[in-house]
Design a protein around this ligand. Structure first.
Ligand SMILES: [Fe+2]
Length: 246
């Protein structure tokens, strides 16, 4: 069951039946990350809610094209070309314009371009795996990328992450940053993932799975996946950095 509390005021109480508990030992690092003592409730301050703000002039021309933004001249990354698109919505289903949406992901082989990456899959010299965009007045966003591959990680023996794209959404102040992950329809690894399994509500998990959207496919070019992000309210997307409430 999702939040049945009244939707009043600027913030909502945490729904503990829907949000994962802080301590989920099958997701090993939750053991050291989870609070050891009772939590205190603090009100947000004006500074946290109103600033600092980002400027809209920060975006580069290729920031929402991960196929080209790190590719060498005349080259392209290897993998399945996809369009990811959707809307950032408020608790009433209204589009949120002017939100900074950032995304990062592994390449087609499941490999991040990171010094500490330990997976033996190859780095793609033409793929950086990071980008960003700003929603239009209807809350709509889109970007082009390569479908990421699943990858193994150091948790319990032979745990694999399903293919996923990490998302960050900024509102008008840095304290409003929300982080989540998008999965792909039909991936059998979703239901085996220890991180996904920390979410107790199946509907909350399904909200993180982007369906294949053949209506937005570009013929002879790329398939499309649709991912709407709901910032708050009963239909809120699960945000992994918002476990403490509001
Ligand atoms: Fe990841």
């Amino acid at each position: 069951m999702k939040n049945t509390l009244p939707e009043t005021g600027a913030f909502y109480a945490r729904d503990r039946a829907w949000q994962p508990p802080a301590l989920t030992p099958l997701y090993k690092t939750s053991v050291t990350r989870s609070p050891q003592r009772a939590m205190l409730s603090l009100d947000g301050t004006k500074t946290e809610i109103t600033g600092p703000v980002f400027g809209h002039n920060i975006l580069g021309e290729l920031d929402n094209d991960l196929i080209r933004n790190y590719a060498r001249p005349g080259e392209m990354p290897i993998g399945q070309r996809i369009l990811v698109h959707g809307r950032v919505l408020d608790e009433r289903g209204k589009g949120v314009g002017g939100a900074l949406v950032e995304f990062w992901q592994a390449n087609a082989g499941g490999r991040y371009r990171h010094k500490k990456e330990m997976y033996l899959a190859a780095v793609d010299p033409n793929f950086g795996g990071v980008g960003r965009t700003i929603t239009d007045e209807d809350g709509y966003y889109w970007f082009k990328t390569i479908k990421p591959g699943p990858y193994p990680w150091m948790n319990w023996v032979n745990d694999w992450r399903p293919a996923h794209i990490h998302f960050s959404v900024f509102g008008h102040g840095f304290a409003q940053r929300l982080i989540t992950q998008m999965y792909f329809e039909g991936d059998p690894l979703i239901w085996k993932c220890p991180i996904v399994k920390t979410i107790p509500d199946e509907a909350a998990i399904r909200q993180l799975i982007a369906p294949l959207d053949m209506n937005a496919t570009i013929p002879m070019d790329m398939r499309a996946y649709k991912f709407d992000i709901v910032l708050r309210g009963r239909r809120s997307t699960f945000f992994e950095n918002r476990k403490e409430g509001n």
